[in-house]
Design a protein around this ligand. Sequence first.
Ligand SMILES: Cc1cc2nc3c(=O)[nH]c(=O)nc-3n(C[C@H](O)[C@H](O)[C@H](O)COP(=O)(O)O)c2cc1C
Length: 379
Amino acid sequence: MRPACVLDYREAARRRLPRVLFDYIDGGAYAEETLAANVADVQALKLRQRVLKDVSKLSLETEIFGQTLSMPVVLSPVGLAGMNARRGEVQAARAAKAAGVPFTLSTVGVCGIDEVAKGAGTPPWFQLYMMRDRGFMAEVLAMAEAAGCPVLMFTVDLAVPGTRYRDQRNGMIATTSAQRVSQVIDGLAHPGWLWDVQVNGGPHTLGTVAGAAKDLKRLADYWAWIGRNFDPSITWDDLAWVRARWKGPIVIKGVLDVADAHLAADLGADGIVVSNHGGRQLDGASSSIRALPPIAQAVGDRTTVLMDGGVRSGLDVLKALASGAKACLLGRAWAWSLGAAGEAGVAHMLQILRAELRVAMALTGCTDVRSAGADLLAG
Ligand SMILES: Cc1cc2nc3c(=O)[nH]c(=O)nc-3n(C[C@H](O)[C@H](O)[C@H](O)COP(=O)(O)O)c2cc1C
């Protein structure tokens, strides 16, 4: 059965991927309340149906950071995506390029910046996690600049990693020998994935930071490495450090509070992503869609406000725009599609999303995404 929507891709990914990987994508922190709220609060928003407006011509294009997007969608950084499909980041970046939307490469992608830039024929946006070794960070930024990455997305909501129960249960964080055995059995039970990724998809390193992240033999080694290397002491002062080493636009990802949005705008951030990391960090934090309107109102005239979290359809994209975002990012939507069907899956998911967005625009009487506002929402 061909997937008809993003959630069909979620089910297809559940079938194709070993449980440890599916749960890594699908899960959130602690009781997953914020993850659930991200989705539920988007669902709770209602679009305002309008009729008898001429909707024969719809414009989905928008411009952010000097780039024209064919629709107001960006693929969010997703760590380890190359474990979902063979050289997964390259496949997703290709699909994004064909669809005319940006792909953001995570610091902890399996494929490195150069591999993605060459493989996709266009440099990705690059997402930065700050590590303790500033010398190495400077090298990474220089690498991103040399590859021509047009936008730097600086993720600031992972000072420490949130605890994810599913990952603990599955042995993603630290693996007991019993969990190791069940991971091997589970891998063997998913031969399509095993052949594509495990046998043919190597090297399974963290391409961009491979120089610093050596000896990562198992998934659990990856978390231990993050714990040792990510820098929990970073503050707003470090933005100046990043700014001094990056000439292009900088987007701060992980802002959920108006006060932080003001700080980001005051410090000259070109954009912010209203985000709670897809409910994977502070459980109990507000949903992104709920946090978005006051932030957009406070700083939307000074910086480009983006959002992510819980966007599962083109209708959801329109709700995000109506709530104040200029564009929204997709995390799980592309990770599931990639895990289910590689590049073709991501390409098809983006087609679905575009078609849904067109219908949502037509039936709300919105002919241009750039003018989408709160009037599209039912009171
Ligand atoms: C499997 C997975 C890995 C992620 N890895 C990263 C990462 O490396 N860097 C980052 O800034 N955000 C990361 N995120 C968060 C996403 O960029 C995004 O904020 C989140 O997924 C949005 O919510 P959604 O999945 O509901 O769309 C990750 C999310 C998932 C699901």
